[in-house]
Design a protein. Structure first.
Lengths: 116, 220
């Protein structure tokens, strides 16, 4: 349950990037969150409303795009998407997969702003 | 009025990741092996670490520990009884350690004098998994009293761990611990992970664990 500190980091980063757009209002903040990032969208949304009060992000929408795990299967020699987080086996050949290519992301993809 | 999309592509924990990277560089150039110990409250991290520190000292190795808790310095006092240098971090409500806290706590320590540095994280299986502390080895601990499906319930942590330690195996039978299922579940989440079955009370499994530490140090 560290969603509040995550949201505070989002507010800081977005506010910093707004320096290039004086007077702009933030309409939307889009995140990419891997299913292994240990972040719950409901709590993010709940904290977001509170943490953005009295900031340039106040009233903006938080859009969270959830990313499944993608791993490399050395047997099939290809990247595979895993159906969940309970098993790290290749859905094609059932062998354990090794390197994760996606699933831990916790990043701000973009923001939509309204310039005056 | 114009609407514009600004691409940021920025890690939310970027600040922590950058600090952790700098710490990792410091640890590597000082030649100290750093381990981050993560488990639920009550798994026995402190007891396991006490025994580890004591045995390392007996063998002449130089080890130190940083220990994180929400409140109290009870764990630091327990660990300091081993004779190793120990410092306590009180997070006052924060559910995990962050790289910045580690950096501050290292002030005044000569890292090059150490061979091993253990970081005992706040008891929590969720949040610590997102925060890199600059460690070389992340250790997930699980006690025989906790249920064999814990790795399935907390895949983020177990999947990011380099080693797993099962604690309290001296009471495994009394708890009805299903060893095969536990080992299978750990491997299901992290194939090929090193698993140690230990008891800090009887010393079972400690020799293998200490050999792993020594091996990890020399293979740096």
């Amino acid at each position: 349950m560290h969603e509040l500190s995550i949201v505070s980091s989002i507010v800081d980063s977005v506010t910093e990037s707004l320096a290039a757009y004086p007077g702009a209002r933030v309409k939307e903040v889009r995140l990419r969150v891997g299913v292994l990032a240990s972040v719950v969208e409901d709590s993010l949304q709940f904290c977001y409303g509170i943490a953005t009060e009295d900031t340039p992000l106040a009233g903006s929408a938080l859009i969270v795009k959830s990313l499944p795990i993608v791993a490399f299967c050395s047997k099939c020699n290809t990247e595979v998407e895993l159906p969940g987080v309970q098993s790290f086996r290749c859905p094609l050949c059932d062998e354990p997969v090794s390197g994760l290519r996606q699933g831990r992301e916790l990043e701000i993809e973009s923001i939509e702003i309204e310039e005056v | 009025m114009t609407t514009r999309i600004v691409e940021l592509r920025q890690g939310i924990l970027k600040k922590n990741d950058e600090l952790a990277r700098a710490l990792r560089g410091r640890f590597e150039s000082a030649g100290v092996l750093v381990l981050n110990l993560v488990s639920s409250p009550g798994t026995g991290k402190t007891t396991f670490l006490e025994r580890t520190l004591r045995e390392l000292r007996t063998s002449g190795a130089r080890a130190a520990a940083l220990v994180g808790d929400l409140e109290t310095d009870n764990d630091a006092r327990r660990l300091a009884a081993s004779g190793a240098p120990v410092r306590q971090i009180n997070t006052h409500g924060i559910c995990h350690l962050e790289a910045e806290m580690i950096g501050k706590l290292l002030d005044g320590w000569e890292l090059a004098d150490l061979e091993y540095l253990f970081i005992e994280n706040v008891g929590n299986l969720v949040c610590p998994s997102s925060y890199d502390l600059g460690e070389k080895i992340r250790v997930a601990l699980l006690s025989v009293t906790e249920g064999e499906d814990k790795p399935l319930k907390y895949p983020t942590l177990f999947n990011s761990a380099d080693a797993a330690v099962i604690t309290k195996i001296d009471i495994a039978e009394a708890c009805g611990f299903d060893r095969d299922t536990a080992l299978r579940n750990i491997k299901e989440i992290r194939a090929g992970i090193r698993i140690f079955e230990t008891s800090a009370k009887t010393g079972a499994g400690m020799a293998e664990w200490l050999a792993y530490l020594a091996g990890s140090r020399s293979s740096r």
